[in-house]
Design a protein around this ligand. Sequence first.
Ligand SMILES: Cc1cc2nc3c(=O)[nH]c(=O)nc-3n(C[C@H](O)[C@H](O)[C@H](O)COP(=O)(O)OP(=O)(O)OC[C@H]3O[C@@H](n4cnc5c(N)ncnc54)[C@H](O)[C@@H]3O)c2cc1C
Length: 537
Amino acid sequence: MSLELRQNNIRKLTKRHFDVLILGAGINGAVSAAALAARGVKVALIDKGDFGGGTSSQSSNLAWGGIKYLESGELGLVSHLCKSRNHLVRSFPSTVKEIRFLTTVQKGFRWPAPLLYLGTLLYWLIGRCATKAPAAMSREGLRRRDPRIRIDTASGGFEYSDCYLHDNDSRFVFSFVRKAMNYGAVAANYVGATDVVRKDGFWAVSIRDEIDGLTSEVECDVLINACGPEVDRVNVMAEKRTSYRHIFSKGVHLIVDRTPDRSRILAFFASDGRLFFVIPMGPKTCIGTTDTEVNDPAVRVDDEDRDFILNNANELLNLSSPLTKDDIIAERCGVRPLAVSGESESANWMELSRKHHVEVSEADAHISIFGGKLTDCINVGEEIIEIVANLGVQLPVEPRRWYGEPDVRVKEEFVVQARLLGLDGLTDPRSSEPLTDRLWRRYGANAFEMLETVRENPRNAERLMEHAEYLRCEIEQAGRREMITKLDDFLRRRSKISLVVRRSDIIDDPGLREFCEILVGDQADAKLQEYIEQTRP
Ligand SMILES: Cc1cc2nc3c(=O)[nH]c(=O)nc-3n(C[C@H](O)[C@H](O)[C@H](O)COP(=O)(O)OP(=O)(O)OC[C@H]3O[C@@H](n4cnc5c(N)ncnc54)[C@H](O)[C@@H]3O)c2cc1C
């Protein structure tokens, strides 16, 4: 049971001295933990909220090579990001997928469509031609390809490829947390660092269990601050001065109740001249984003954000009826932590924004991770291994691959076993894909265990909730392995149910009670009540 896993890990946290303690389990903390634990380093990972519950759950879900930085001439950055993207797709072929971006250029836009098309050719070449080649598109071609595009205001367009995270950004983050735990890392969600003190040659970190309020202390040789937008605040707590710091750009997406064409993303240039995406998200559509400079990382969606997104969507799309606030199922809102050094603030917003910087203080074995992207996560993990080794921490296990899906032969074996079991025959007719594909993508080698439970009892392949494509055996495994501490951990982050199903439909779903019971046992009623309270609009 998730709650037991968490309690055990919290007990282990307070009894051991770790080689490395990582604060923050967004993408940067999660990959650091997986990379180090795979090399045999004694690692602890804590997050004051849920794993991947910060910025890493608010992204556009893209693994992209940064096409927009071509405009500012950032060829080096684009080359680096394309390389990272290609590496990610090769490593996670079921999870990170190529998708076409059908892009419309408005009349009077600052660049003509043919020139932008040439830009996509350059992008494709810089991306080592790893994706399908771009194609120029006339207005009529755009309309034929997707009748949702409004072409009377368009001058032309093109289609190019980039990649997206099929399931969800925070699920992707959790896969690294889980991998770290498999390699022996001690990880706990809802455990925050409340004070950080340097003692005689080690760090002493006061921690607080955000669920029961209990406090204790953890010690470590090396401290990694991976608190995303809160890196600076936590560094102040540790009395650490750094040359880098963060500035923030707020970004909002709305998920609306429209059926998308799942095969492509629609791209436009919004009224502020920035790229604007209409992205399929399961059975619904995610639209955004905004880009507003803010001082405080604690942000909320406001009416200005909603109006900007809805107005642009209504302006750019050919809809049977305009989108209104009633169409909104869920909202995503976060800040991009943008790394700046010294006085360079806003010198070049675009250039500053997308690079990560790992700042190391060798004298006291302190590491801060600034900025970054989901797309670049493998590089962050690799850098951290090297830095931690240079700080004198022993790496008892030889280098090995700490990321990626299992070997293709393991997948082939899974597909054979699933076929022999007749798994796809049990697929719910309402499902968007066969069970074999889905279970493999979501759970990799752990999906074998699900086959076993379905063999024991075909009921385990039944869908539990009317509105969510999750099977009994998936919920059982989540209950054991995914540290579900609050229902929202599963509904919003391990899955994307609450992003694509209205809150009222979730709460009224006849299967919800049983679903909760499997996830959190005898705490089902309390956790259900907590979910209802905490998600009340
Ligand atoms: C709108 C938007 C769209 C984006 N789109 C993309 C995209 O399509 N592709 C892409 O690659 N990138 C994208 N990004 C960027 C990417 O999402 C972020 O750069 C990345 O998620 C940052 O990860 P992180 O680990 O640094 O921070 P976070 O994910 O914020 O993680 C930091 C964690 O630290 C925890 N924490 C804070 N204080 C404490 C404490 N005292 N004790 C313990 N834990 C603490 C927080 O709870 C949080 O979980 C986007 C960002 C935004 C905002």
